[in-house]
Design a protein around this ligand. Structure first.
Ligand SMILES: [Zn+2]
Length: 305
């Protein structure tokens, strides 16, 4: 077993000894340079590491970042940067939210905003992988941003989508991928030109501080893993199947809780889900026909306060 899903501590603590202040420096190359044995011997051997490694038997280069999580997390960041920009210019209002929801509807993504009562901050539907890809590919940013600004960000999103496709393609050349990923980061970090509020000012894109650990992994370590694990391709380590399962189970749970009016059950959610699955599997294997078990579509909607 060489890989694990979800935001592993490995990723937070980093695979190499890069410092946050060096994140935006594109002239440097970063390779995995931490050794798990050093961390086992001394838990705080590297800066930022405090606790005992979770999987101390696995060398760090045997841990594979999967393309799904890279896509999910980076898309989240790209989206939240757009929302932050609207907020910064005082444009994140009811009208904008309505336009966003309508645009989501156009691209067939179920999406809602709701306000958290205590903090008055706005929250929104957390999207499943497929929906995130739709947003990344098709959301028309010119509906909420100036045409010029929308084009600039759309270009960044498109290029990220291309990287995602390449990441999934076993034929992708590792060196070329690294080059493409670096070019993408250069674009992400496009600096502003001129003086704000004066003529000729050209607003850039984002700052090194806007980067996430996943962006660093995408640019510096994915190609490394491509070389190490070329035999199988990164795709064979993909977490998509596990995520799908997780979604199905969560969907079942919400459907059930809503059906019985949120009745509190004695057993925990996870046990209920597993018991339900066991029953379904039993019926399935024994060919019992169940009229009431017809699959039907369900939609999870967040409560709109
Ligand atoms: Zn690194």
């Amino acid at each position: 077993m060489t890989q694990f899903c979800h935001d592993l501590r490995n990723l937070k603590e980093g695979l190499c000894t890069i410092d946050k202040s060096q994140q935006g420096d594109l002239s440097k190359e970063w390779k995995i340079n931490k050794e798990i044995d050093k961390l086992v011997e001394q838990n705080n051997y590297y800066k930022g590491h405090i606790r005992k490694p979770l999987f101390d038997m696995i060398p760090l280069n045997h841990w594979v970042p999967d393309e799904l999580h890279i896509m999910l997390r980076i898309t989240d960041r790209l989206w939240s940067l757009v929302i932050a920009e609207l907020t910064e210019y005082g444009l994140f209002n009811d009208t904008a939210r309505k336009i966003i929801v309508e645009e989501m509807k156009r691209i067939k993504v179920k999406f809602q905003f709701w306000q958290i009562q205590e903090s008055k901050t706005w929250s929104y539907t957390s999207l499943m992988g497929n929906d995130k890809i739709k947003v990344l590919q098709f959301f028309d940013l010119s509906k909420i941003l100036s045409r010029q600004r929308a084009n600039m960000i759309r270009n960044l999103w498109n290029k990220f989508y291309e990287l995602y496709i390449k990441m999934k393609d076993q034929k992708t050349n590792a060196e070329e991928f690294q080059n493409d990923a670096k070019n993408w980061l250069t674009l992400f970090l496009t600096p502003s030109e001129g003086i704000p509020n004066t003529q000729g000012f050209k607003k850039g894109l984002y700052k090194p501080n806007d980067m996430t650990p996943y962006i660093h992994v995408l640019v510096h370590h994915v190609s490394e893993f491509m070389t190490i694990h070329q035999k199988w391709g990164l795709k064979s380590f993909s977490c998509s199947a596990v995520e799908k399962k997780n979604h199905q189970q969560v969907s079942y749970f919400f459907r059930k809780t809503m059906k019985d009016g949120g009745r509190k059950s004695k057993s925990s959610a996870i046990i209920e889900i597993l018991e339900h699955e066991n029953r379904s599997l039993f019926y399935n294997y024994h060919n019992v026909s169940l009229n009431s078990q017809k699959p039907h579509k369900i939609h999870i909607k967040a409560e709109n306060n």
